[in-house]
Design a protein around this ligand. Structure first.
Ligand code: KDO
Length: 336
């Protein structure tokens, strides 16, 4: 991702593109608002299924929803800039990607902060999120429509449990753990005790297969959908991040719609997120069994040790200096 652009500069560029050229999508097809979505997951991932089965049909009478998966339209981490520049209308983005431009989003990337799927929704719908949503608009020209549930991330390794049993962060010392390519992700890898390597999602299967990395972290539905289980031997159920995504749309495109269309787009995204969330939760419940059948050892490490070490790492880091006063406390209040 290009991070050399300043936050102000990026917004100015987005505004200039919108003012001078207008959006090709709306200019080209007046009776159909083109909504191209770029994301790196496959089309069988439940978030993609939700967008195809719920979002697309929900806006079909005025918008042409055109999803592109597997990073084929834009590479992982470049989607927000593409939206800001007027080259893309939608993406399924992450707090980690937003934190590259808006540091305070790192609070949603910190391990053991969100407790579960319902907690993510409560935070997204609470007033506490207003300043974050406003910052995404102001800095990137992005409207965040809904929060999607990705799931509980766990540590998934090539080593067998006999070769390397992961009970505490100390056991991950020197483990070459692939993490996605932004600083927020790399920090999480270090906080877990591992030696993180940045790598795009689309390269992970081959890296695991060839041994270029020892492992990766993702929720169980992703381990299955991306077939990482074929090239790994164990999963330590660390649950270190209850991970989310946001359904994001260009604010310029969104603002060009009628109020009724805007409401329909937002509702369709919320409905798709709910549909995907229920599917992901159900899959998380049943996939440990499937993975064991595939020969993987799936076990719970010392969760208290992981939680304590990871939380301390964040509170001592520069990340927590960017968290607005009172936000962590409010997030905690909204949990169980
Ligand atoms: C990944 O690259 O490991 C990750 O899980 C990061 C998430 O933010 C999200 O982008 C996800 O990939 C993709 O949607 C693929 O599932």
């Amino acid at each position: 991702m290009t991070t050399s652009l300043t936050r102000r500069g990026l917004f100015a560029t987005a505004a200039a593109v919108a003012m001078t050229a207008g959006f090709a999508s709306t200019a080209m097809a007046q009776d159909c608002i083109q909504l191209r979505l770029s994301a790196v997951q496959s089309e069988t991932d439940q978030r993609s299924v939700a967008m195809a089965e719920v979002f697309g049909p929900g806006v079909a009478d005025f918008a042409c929803f055109e999803p592109h998966y597997n990073g084929t339209l834009f590479a992982q981490g470049t989607e927000l800039e593409a939206i800001a520049r007027g080259n893309l209308e939608m993406s399924i983005t992450s707090a980690q990607e937003l934190a590259e431009y808006i540091p305070e989003f790192s609070i949603f990337t910190a391990g053991y902060v969100h407790q579960n799927a319902a907690h993510q929704v409560a935070v997204f719908n609470d007033d506490v999120f207003d300043s974050f949503a406003a910052a995404a608009r102001e800095t990137l020209g992005v409207e965040l429509l809904a929060v999607m549930y990705l799931g509980r991330r766990h540590v998934n390794l090539r080593q067998t449990r006999e070769e390397l049993e992961v009970m505490t962060p100390a056991d991950l010392e020197g483990v070459n753990l692939r993490m996605p390519g932004s600083e927020a992700w790399q920090f999480l890898g270090r906080a877990l005790g591992a030696a993180p390597t940045p790598m795009a999602f689309t390269e992970v299967y081959t890296a695991l297969q060839t041994g270029a990395v020892d492992g990766q972290d993702n929720p169980l539905p992703t381990v299955v959908d991306a077939r990482f289980y074929e090239v790994t031997n164990q999963i330590a159920l660390t649950s270190h991040l209850v991970d989310l995504n946001y359904v994001a749309i260009s604010a310029e495109v969104f603002d060009s719609m009628s109020e009724d269309q805007q409401e329909r787009v937002r509702q369709a995204a919320v409905d798709a997120a709910e549909f995907g969330r229920q599917r992901q939760l159900a899959m998380e419940e049943e996939l440990a069994g499937f993975l064991r059948e595939q020969g993987l050892e799936v076990y719970e490490p010392n969760l208290a040790a992981f939680r304590e070490t990871v939380q301390a790492a964040y509170l001592e880091s520069d990340f927590s200096d960017t968290w607005p006063e009172g936000v962590l406390e409010r997030i905690n209040e909204l949990g169980e």
